[in-house]
Design a protein around this ligand. Structure first.
Ligand SMILES: Cc1cc2nc3c(=O)[nH]c(=O)nc-3n(C[C@H](O)[C@H](O)[C@H](O)COP(=O)(O)O)c2cc1C
Length: 163
């Protein structure tokens, strides 16, 4: 799948089959994430890959709109060291993970981390140092779902020269 096709067909998927995801695929996905753009080349990110069911259930139970994390065989927690552009850097890395997963035939969904009441508690559960901000949780797995886009049209959002 080329990059344009991946961008045009990616969707958030919240239903997963239980089969495990090969380790090489997860490593490839995180390799893509570490190459994301990052302000001042700070690379403040750390990625915790959670496969143990008990941990995934623990994380899922802490969230409000991420209960389906329990059903995905993998959940990637994207953390960033607290620095000026941590949210932008962590979001860029999160997007890379979503797109890499999709390009590899995997389903994923961005579950909010930053600004959420559970961010600190998820960090503690995963042993993250206190200065680490949880940017996103990303359940990943195989899925039979292929939802259609529900997005504003190009004409609606595209403005040439002026708003
Ligand atoms: C910052 C952010 C936080 C999100 N948090 C959640 C969440 O907690 N739970 C969830 O199910 N989806 C979450 N999403 C996914 C959005 O609901 C989804 O991207 C949106 O509905 C558009 O659908 P699409 O990704 O299929 O295009 C989040 C997305 C972003 C960018």
């Amino acid at each position: 799948m080329d990059a344009i096709a991946a961008l045009q067909s990616r969707r958030s998927i919240r239903t997963f089959r239980p089969e495990p995801v090969p380790r090489e695929l997860i490593e490839k996905i995180i390799d893509c994430a570490r190459l994301s753009p990052t302000a001042r080349n700070a690379q403040p990110w750390e990625f915790v890959v959670v496969t143990e069911e008990q941990s995934r259930r623990g994380i899922a139970d802490l969230t409000d709109f991420g209960r389906f994390i329990a059903e995905a065989p993998v959940c990637v927690a994207v953390f960033c060291r607290d620095c000026k552009y941590y949210i932008e850097d962590g979001s860029a890395a999160t997007m890379s993970i979503l797109l890499a997963a999709h390009a590899l035939g995997l389903a994923a969904c961005w579950v909010a981390g930053d600004k959420k009441h559970y961010a600190r508690e998820v960090g503690s559960l995963l042993g993250a140092p206190d200065d680490m901000k949880l940017v996103a949780l990303i359940p990943i797995g195989y899925s039979d779902m292929a939802p259609k886009p529900r997005k504003r049209s190009l004409e609606d959002v595209l403005h040439w020269e002026k708003f």
